[in-house]
Design a protein around this ligand. Structure first.
Ligand code: GLC
Length: 810
């Protein structure tokens, strides 16, 4: 493989060259404390909120060769001066004999061999701690003793990230670093912006004595003489100048003289970059100066991931599928759950973005089995930015819980709400209750958002009432065809139609939420509501089929004047994927229309790199259609392969029983299967990107915006719940696979409500979907739902797929 390989045993992807097409990244810690690390050791670390409490200065737009956030220099004393190099390749770019970056679960391990030194650096955030550790081991693999110095460096940012990038003088004038020398020779550098002096201090320290330090970038690089990160001038001196910065571009550089390393000898030390209250820093920073404490916490990380991943492990005939479903996709779900669309190389975590209501609601669905308590907490936060009328604020800052209306604020006279936001949380809450059985959550009281009132004085209602108000909002905000109003936008942020435009996608999403709520109401024995929602579903189904069937597929929008978008009548934007998949997911399409609409997706929208969002792309800016027309055809929402919408087609295909096609759609976007074209793809092979340029674009196949995408949660749901078909229900686990006909058998181990289900599904007749016969611990059961087993028990579930059945929707 060109840039690396999957090591499933160790649950790592191993990058074997630093010269990947773009930086490939990984995440350490959580949103509470953590961030991203790239494969050449750069890091972007934040605590609680990347916009409001950022710690390292990482500027993604700088060239790949540049210093970003953090690095490590080594230097060997020679007769004529120092041989200085970075074992991460960047920023010194020296030749290397070996380079590996092990992209692990919650850690990054960079291993290199250069200039006779083998370096191994493991970067991680111990679970629950506000500190990132770099565990550094240096071995002399040459034949002669060497005098070795190690100089880890961090560059700090002002905590208000946007101000750092835009404010010329306020930031540098307020940045400070104080140094404290400990009795054991270690040095603690404390960094703060002046106004955080009494509240929060960043700190950088290490576990071994320090010769000297530097905290001012200008002095370290020797800026007066145009020194660079590639060759910092101060590293030519025997000592750094022990300067405590009182303003400027502040850094933390600690020079460690490790003494003589004999051939074969290893020296180890650990650095810490953390944040705490000023009075706590001295004590906090002591903990990981002891290597035993570092050794004790690293396994906790592995234990967390063991637990998290053990909720669903499968073995199918497809290795790339197994790799993604068992390791990389659930890890990505954990990442999107934490950082939503907020912080990556592409999502800069600046300005007024925060966590998105619709995005996070969908992210929750990807982690329910692994971290249900965290999921519930995030859902509570989301519900607390829902408005009393049932609609929702578009996004919020996690630190302050201040919410805003997203891009809809840009249009002065347009609607200030998105037609879909409030519906997604219904799917999340229902999925949570199915996973956990926790109906008590539905009775919890949560306030509605009102910026003008303090928390205690806001109107509040039960979680269930929040969901019902969401339904009510959509039901009562409808246009000329009786279809839901678009508002500023729906899931497709970039189609912004003035006036009272209608959205078929929202009608579909509403239909899907109604199906979920009917199920929930029946479970809670609230039959009147169940009846009401059934009637609402039937009514919307009728309207969609009456107004939006275009002959061969479903229309996507109606403009204010009633003209369609996503119709054969249009010359651009004739067909949109989501109107087809979601009409099936909503249970609106009868079998004939479902098949026909999905066939149109196959013929008009599918490519070998994935399914496009629409076709043909708009070729020219048109304000009346919105932001979609600001992209060239084939890019992003304008006819690009917007991956988030691909799993919805997979799910729809499983609903019509087409397992081969669902799997083909799965495999064509599986990043683990892109190796042979990785230079064209560019992004990481171990996580989904948000988009791939479509076939109308000259760079067809190029992936962008990796990691933070709803693709993660939905592809995970498509694979586990619809292709493998192991789907939580209120009363047990439904077994409803829709697989490639060629598969003989697959197995799944599923932890569900504190019991373990070892499931084997056999496919002797080589069909995709059929009636299942199920034997639980030797006893045949009726139907397809394995009942909830006693907590702590392990049950053996043997399933056989029988004669095919066809159902449009299940
Ligand atoms: C981005 C947004 C998401 C939206 C999608 C399609 O991923 O974060 O909310 O649904 O684009 O426009």
């Amino acid at each position: 493989m060109k840039y690396g390989y999957f090591d499933d045993q160790k649950r790592e992807y191993v990058i074997t060259s630093p010269k990947t097409p773009v930086k490939w990244t990984n995440y350490v810690g959580t949103l509470a404390f953590g961030g991203l690390v790239d494969h050449t050791g750069g890091s972007l670390i934040c605590k609680g909120d990347p916009a409001l409490n950022r710690i390292t200065k990482y500027i993604p737009q700088l060239p790949s060769s540049d210093f970003k956030g953090e690095t490590l220099y080594l230097r060997i004393r020679r007769e004529n001066g120092y041989n200085i190099f970075s074992p991460f390749y960047v920023p010194t770019l020296d030749p290397y004999d070996k380079y590996e970056c092990h992209v692990g679960l919650g850690y990054q391990r960079i291993v290199s061999e250069m200039v006779g030194i083998r370096t191994e650096v493991t970067i991680f955030v111990p679970p629950g701690e506000n500190v990132v550790l770099r565990d550094i081991r240096l071995t002399n693999i040459g034949n002669d003793p060497v005098e070795l110095d190690a100089i880890p460096v961090v560059e700090f940012t002002h905590f208000d990230a946007l101000k750092q990038y835009t404010n010329a003088d306020w930031c540098p004038q307020t940045m400070t670093v104080d140094a404290e020398q400990n009795d054991d020779g270690t040095v603690l550098l404390r960094q703060y912006a002046f106004l955080k002096k009494e509240t929060e201090n960043n700190f950088f320290t290490s576990s071994v004595p320090v010769d000297s330090f530097q905290t001012d970038r200008k002095k370290f690089l020797g800026d007066n003489e145009y020194g660079t990160w590639k060759s910092p001038r101060e590293l030519q001196n025997e000592h750094l100048s022990n300067y405590e910065a009182r303003r400027g571009d502040v850094i933390a550089a600690l020079l460690h003289k490790l003494g003589t390393l004999r051939p074969g000898e290893t020296k180890r030390f650990v650095t810490q970059l953390g944040q705490d209250a000023p009075e706590a820093v001295s004590t906090t920073s002591k903990k990981f100066q002891t290597l035993e404490n570092v050794d004790a916490v690293f396994p906790n990380l592995g234990n967390f991931w063991d637990d998290y991943l053990s909720t669903f492990q499968c073995k199918t005939p497809d290795a790339a599928f197994n790799s993604m479903v068992n390791i990389h996709n659930p890890r990505q779900c954990h990442t999107t759950f934490n950082w939503s669309r907020y912080l990556s190389l592409y999502q800069l975590g600046l300005g007024a973005r925060g966590l998105g209501f619709r995005d996070s609601s969908q992210d929750v669905m990807g982690v329910l089995a692994g971290i249900p308590d965290d999921a519930r907490r995030l859902m509570r936060r989301l519900l607390s930015v829902q408005l009393p009328d049932g609609s929702a604020m578009h996004q919020f800052f996690p630190l302050t819980m201040e919410a805003n209306e997203g891009d809809s604020r840009e249009e002065e006279d347009g609607k200030k709400w998105y037609g879909d936001d409030h519906l997604w949380i219904i799917l999340a809450v229902c999925a949570y209750v199915k996973e956990t059985g926790d109906t008590v959550f539905l009775d919890e009281n949560v306030s509605f958002y009102d910026k003008k009132l303090p928390l205690g004085q806001r109107e509040s209602a039960s979680v269930l009432s929040h969901l019902q108000r969401g339904l009510e909002f959509t039901k009562t905000h409808i246009g000329r065809h009786g279809l839901p109003l678009l508002g500023f936008a729906d899931w497709n942020d970039t189609v912004n139609l003035p006036g009272d435009a209608e959205s078929i996608f929202i009608a579909d999403l509403y239909g899907r939420t109604l199906l979920e709520m009917i199920d929930l109401m029946r479970h809670l024995e609230l039959d009147e509501f169940a009846e009401e929602y059934l009637a609402d579903h039937a009514s919307m189904k009728e309207r969609v089929n009456a107004a939006a069937w275009d002959g061969d597929w479903y229309i996507r929008y109606f403009e204010n004047d009633g003209s369609p978008i996503g119709s054969n009548q249009n010359s651009e934007g004739k067909i949109y994927t989501n109107a087809q998949s979601w009409t099936v997911l909503a249970g609106y399409a009868d079998p004939a229309r479902a098949k026909c609409a999905l066939q149109a997706v196959k013929e008009k929208l599918n490519t070998i790199r994935g399914i496009k969002l629409s076709w043909p792309g708009y070729n020219g800016y048109d304000k009346s259609k919105g932001g979609v027309t600001s992209y060239p055809p084939g890019a992003k929402e304008n006819g690009g392969i917007f991956l988030h919408s691909n799993p919805w087609v997979m799910i729809a295909e499983t609903m019509v029983g087409n397992g081969d096609r669902a799997f083909e759609y799965y495999s064509q976007i599986n990043p683990a299967a892109q190796n042979d074209r990785i230079d064209e793809f560019e992004c990481e092979p171990y996580c989904y990107p948000q988009n791939i340029l479509g076939d109308e674009h000259p760079q067809f196949g190029l992936a962008r915006n990796s990691w933070l995408s709803g693709t993660s949660s939905w592809t995970y749901q498509a694979a586990t719940q619809y292709i493998l078909g192991i789907r939580p229900q209120y009363d047990g686990l439904l077994i409803d696979p829709c697989i490639p006909k060629a598969w003989d058998v697959f197995t799944v181990t599923r932890h569900f409500r504190s019991a373990t289900y070892n499931i084997t599904v056999k496919n002797p007749q080589h069909i995709s979907k059929g009636d299942v016969s199920i034997v639980v611990d030797g006893e045949p059961i009726e139907g397809a739902v394995v009942p909830v087993a006693a907590p702590g028990s392990t049950v053996n579930v043997q399933v056989e797929l029988g004669m095919p059945v066809f159902s449009a929707v299940k």
